[in-house]
Structure formats: C-alpha cells, structure tokens
Unconditional design. Structure first.
Length: 296
C-alpha cells in the first residue's frame, strides 16, 4: 500500500474504528490478508498468459486440492535415482515457488526430492487472500500427498505458516511433521506484525481489538498463540534460523527472539543481503543443504 493511499485512508479508518469498530476490524482483516495482485494474476489458479518461469520448467506439476481451492505444487526429482527423503520449500508473502528455486539444484545434488508450491493467493494457486489458517490448510494438503518431510525450508511469512502447522496452532487442521526446519528471514511475532499493520492504516484501539477478535474467530486461537518462539519451543526440533542484519522488512531482532526458543536452534547471520536477496545467495544455499543433510 503506497504512502499516498495511506495518507488519505488513515483518518477514515480511525473514524470507522471509533464509530463501527466491528466493521472496521473485519475490513482491516480482509486488507491484512490480501496480497498485492501481480499483473495477469486472476486468482483462478492461473497466471493468464504468463509462461511458466524457466526455474520451474524442470518440475512435474500437480494441482493439490484443499478445502478452499487448490494450490500448484512443483516436484523436482533426479531421474537416475529414487530419493527416499523429501524437502518442502515454503515461500513468503508476495513470493511464489519460483522464488525458492535457488535451493533446488543443491538439494537435488545432495540426493533429496524437492517439492515447492504456491501458497493460496500467490503464483498459480487459487484465491486472492492468504492468512495463517489458509496457509496451514494448504500446507497440510501438500503434506498428505508428498509427506513425510525430512526437512521444510521456509522464507518470511512461510515460516509463520509452517510453525503454526507443526505446532497444531490452527484448530481443525492436522499437525504436519518434519525432522528439520529452516527459517529464513522469518517473523518471531505475528502479534507485533498485526499491530504494526493496524498502526500503519490508522486503526484505533477499538478497531485493533476487533481485528484481533476476527483473527481469533478465523484461526480458532488468539493471535498470541502464533508467537514463533513459543511454537518453536513446543516443537523442539533442530532448526536453523538465517537472517540478514540489514533486513528492513523484518529486523534482526526477530531472529534473536527465535534463537531464544532453545539450544536446538542455531542462528546464522548474514550481511547486506536484505529480506529477499538472501534467497539467491550461494553461501545461504550451502548452509541450508548442509543443515538439511544432517550437518551443523
């Protein structure tokens, strides 16, 4: 959302928060869950005439149904061998499966089958919205088809979705399992992000409370249930946290909070890669493959 739009929106949102907080909260939730729609994306499980990115052309494509639509999965396998272990790649907000393909070749070379997918409202998957319950439902559907997973490698909001799926934080959804977890540029607090969003759009105290009540209704748990360090501590599996010190979208404090979950978490800091270029850095891919394969 541009600064100019926010400038005109904030007084209206603040007034609505005071006069009709429930309505303001519902509208804020809808806005909070709607990623910007790239040109040519129609929300119907297709990107129009847009060709499949070259990085995904070597994959076998499979549409995976879930209760709210379907997600597009991409399966990468070495033809000459039958891999026994699968690694799942989960992209972040406004990303797609193609943004995670820097990890595909190194993981294939290490003998893994690699599965990536477009989250709801992204890439070639259906829908126009994404929130943690939608993400968890889609991840659970992918797990039913391609699991069990040896490791899950995530970026940004994909980390929040994956932690909720592993911890069983969304009521009514099956718990997903994995042996190892990689969190790249992941948020540590959905509560903080929700309140930063409310402040950015001018949501007042009553409107913010209504927004958080809406999250509780949709997810079956209050927003505080999705605090990443608490979920990570409850899961207790080996985890690698990789975060750039110059990340402007999610500051390095998020990584430091994740590290406090327990001794099973290892933090690796990078310099000068930011929030998205970190996915394209060869040293990051090498660290991920080493950790997934069982190294430190």
């Amino acid at each position: 959302m541009s600064a100019s739009v926010l400038r005109y929106m904030r007084p209206l949102v603040r007034a609505a928060s005071f006069v009709a907080p429930r309505t303001a909260g519902r509208l804020a939730f809808r806005l909070f869950c709607t990623p910007p729609r790239p040109p040519k994306r129609n929300g119907n499980g297709s990107t129009g005439e847009q060709a499949l990115p070259a990085r995904l052309r070597q994959a076998n494509l499979r549409a995976i149904p879930f209760p709210c639509g379907s997600v597009q999965a991409y399966v990468f396998e070495q033809e000459e061998q039958a891999p026994t272990r699968t690694v799942l790649l989960v992209h972040g907000w406004t990303g797609d499966a193609a943004s995670m393909t820097g990890f595909v070749e190194p993981l294939l070379a290490a003998g893994f089958r690699v599965v990536a997918f477009d989250l709801p409202g992204h890439g070639a998957s259906t829908g126009r919205e994404l929130n943690i319950p939608l993400g968890v439902a889609s991840l659970a559907a992918v797990a039913r088809v391609f699991g069990p997973f040896h490791a899950i490698v995530t970026h940004s909001f994909g980390g929040a979705i994956t932690l909720a799926a592993l911890a069983g934080s969304v009521r009514g959804q099956p718990v997903v399992s994995t042996e190892r977890l990689v969190l790249i540029a992941a948020p540590s607090s959905v509560t903080v992000i929700t309140r930063q969003f409310g402040n950015a759009i001018g949501l007042g105290r009553r409107g913010q409370a209504a927004l958080e009540r809406r999250i509780h209704i949709v997810a079956g748990n209050p927003v505080e249930a999705f605090e990443a360090p608490l979920q990570l501590k409850a899961i207790g599996l080996p985890a690698l946290v990789i975060h750039d010190r110059q990340d402007r979208e999610l500051g390095f404090a998020h990584a430091e909070a994740l590290e406090q979950a327990g001794p099973f978490v290892r933090l690796q800091a990078t310099e000068g890669l930011g929030h998205r270029r970190i996915l394209k850095a060869r040293p990051v891919a090498e660290s991920v493959v080493r950790f997934v394969a069982g190294g430190s």
